[in-house]
Design a protein around this ligand. Structure first.
Ligand SMILES: [Ca+2]
Ligand SMILES: [Ca+2]
Length: 463
């Protein structure tokens, strides 16, 4: 679709000054690379996240929630702009999102235009770019770097930040601790207008360097590997095997005897993150804002730790697309409820608008989650769609996952009997209607990715 210029989009929304009493505060918590390894979602038996659980228990946890793209840049650009990868061309981490975001009424711009005090810190977008500016936020704090001792290649795999190990620094030195300090101070300030406070945690993104105490919570000899099946790739078509890239990270991890250590590192990093979420939540509970604050929690995508011989995100299976997502609305959501309807992150933008009494901009097409927030069993006919690169899609319904790659290769999994997606059912004639039903979500048109900058040109412009 053609992106309307910002002034047009702004004109479509009613720009009014709002009073704090009319519009609730929003605490908008983004997490980087957290999959379903929380104790509430049960993605790993040793995941221990009492604070994230406590936060989710404030309202509705969506247990079948998926990103719009399994990579930081396109996932965040889609969530914050309300436009899918195939509408903007932002498909991968290397596609430059700045030109699109500059001309789009993003969530922060929309709340800003409607009189909210819009505060952001940490990682909300991938690479601040044009979004890390004070004309798109009331205040943009940017990154909070970790200070203290530097380490690298602890695991000996020599794979850049694909690394893990205990860090001999104080918890106070960690960037996400400083981010939490800042967010707490903002929660404690009074404001004449409602606040939209976006807190973007960068852990558990790689490298998994967190203070030693977190590694000690998960002794190496007790660490279990995630569920996996040898030969799982045997029934996966070539396009899927190419995405899994078993000869890459997985081969290196196995050869270097690092699988258990990696799992330990991820569990430790998630545990550190959980402590910070706990500090933030306690500050909210102790603040006068508590009764009037909507909390939205999301992570940009899931993560593989060797399932299907795959690591990281960058794939269309459940482990890569499913992630934490919870919303609590005082006076609306029931505490500690779970919703299993298939939802994706294109619903975030319209939902926060509806909950805040703001108009939904015309370009935002995702369905609002309001019916499910009021009743987790409300009728819901939408599918969750995730796109990875042009032409590759994973679609999740209430029961099945269907994957179709750009070359026509297919996979189909039945989550009723096969939650780890071991058995590809795509060739079963009796399930062709299931495939067709899920394929409805595949778009007819997909815009190309923006032209990549030539390397020479980039070098020159840097000089
Ligand atoms: Ca990420
Ligand atoms: Ca298999």
């Amino acid at each position: 679709m053609k992106i309307a210029p910002l002034f047009l989009l702004l004109a479509l929304s009613v720009v009014t000054r709002v009073e704090a009493s009319d519009h609730p505060d929003i605490l908008f918590i983004a997490i980087d690379d957290l999959n379903d390894w929380t104790s509430g979602l049960g993605g790993h038996p040793q995941a221990d996240t009492p604070n994230i659980d406590r936060l989710m228990a404030r309202g509705v946890t969506f247990t079948n929630a998926h990103c719009a793209a399994p990579a930081c840049n396109p996932s965040r650009a889609a969530l914050m702009s309300g436009l899918r990868p195939f509408e903007t061309g932002i498909y991968t981490n290397s596609d430059n999102a700045a030109p699109v975001l500059k001309n789009t009424l993003t969530i922060n711009r929309h709340f800003l235009a409607n009189g909210y005090r819009v505060l952001g810190g940490g990682k909300i977008y991938h690479g601040g770019g044009s979004e890390g500016r004070n004309d798109t936020w009331t205040e943009w704090k940017g990154n909070f770097p970790t200070t203290g001792k530097k380490i690298s290649n602890v695991n000996g795999l020599k794979k850049s930040h694909f690394d893990w190990g205990p860090l001999d620094v104080e918890t106070e030195d960690m960037g996400d601790t400083k981010l939490t300090d800042w967010a707490i101070s903002e929660l404690q300030k009074s404001s004449d207008v409602p606040i939209f406070l976006a807190v973007g945690y960068v852990k558990p993104h790689l490298p998994w360097y967190v203070p030693r105490e977190y590694f000690e919570r998960f002794p190496l000899d007790k660490v279990s590997l995630p569920a996996f099946e040898d030969g799982d790739l045997n029934d996966i078509p070539p396009a899927g095997v190419k995405m899994a890239k078993p000869e890459g990270d997985h081969a290196a991890v196995v050869k270097g005897d690092q699988w258990h250590k990696a799992v330990q590192g991820y569990l430790a990093t998630v545990s550190y993150l959980d402590d910070q979420v706990g500090r933030l939540l306690t500050a909210l509970e102790e603040s006068p804002r508590n009764e009037d604050t909507i909390v939205v929690l999301w992570s940009d995508h899931g993560w593989h730790l060797g399932e299907k011989e795959h690591w990281r995100k960058f794939a269309l299976w459940e482990e890569a697309t499913r992630t934490v997502f919870a919303i609590s609305v005082p006076g609306m959501t029931k505490a500690d409820t779970r919703c299993s309807a298939p939802v994706d992150f294109m619903s975030v933008y319209p939902t926060v608008c509806v909950l805040s009494g703001l108009p939904i901009p015309e370009h935002v097409k995702g369905p609002s989650l309001l019916p499910l927030l009021k009743d987790v069993n409300a009728p819901w006919n939408h599918l969750a769609l995730c796109t990875h690169g042009r032409g590759n899609h994973g679609i999740r319904g209430p029961r099945y996952r269907y994957i179709r790659y750009a070359n026509g290769d297919e996979e189909l999994y039945d989550h009723k009997t096969d939650p780890m997606e071991y058995v590809n059912l795509a060739d079963r004639p009796d399930l062709s209607a299931v495939k067709a039903q899920l394929a409805r979500a595949i778009p007819e048109k997909e815009v190309p990715a923006p032209p990549t900058k030539s390397k020479n040109k980039t070098k020159k412009s840097k000089k």
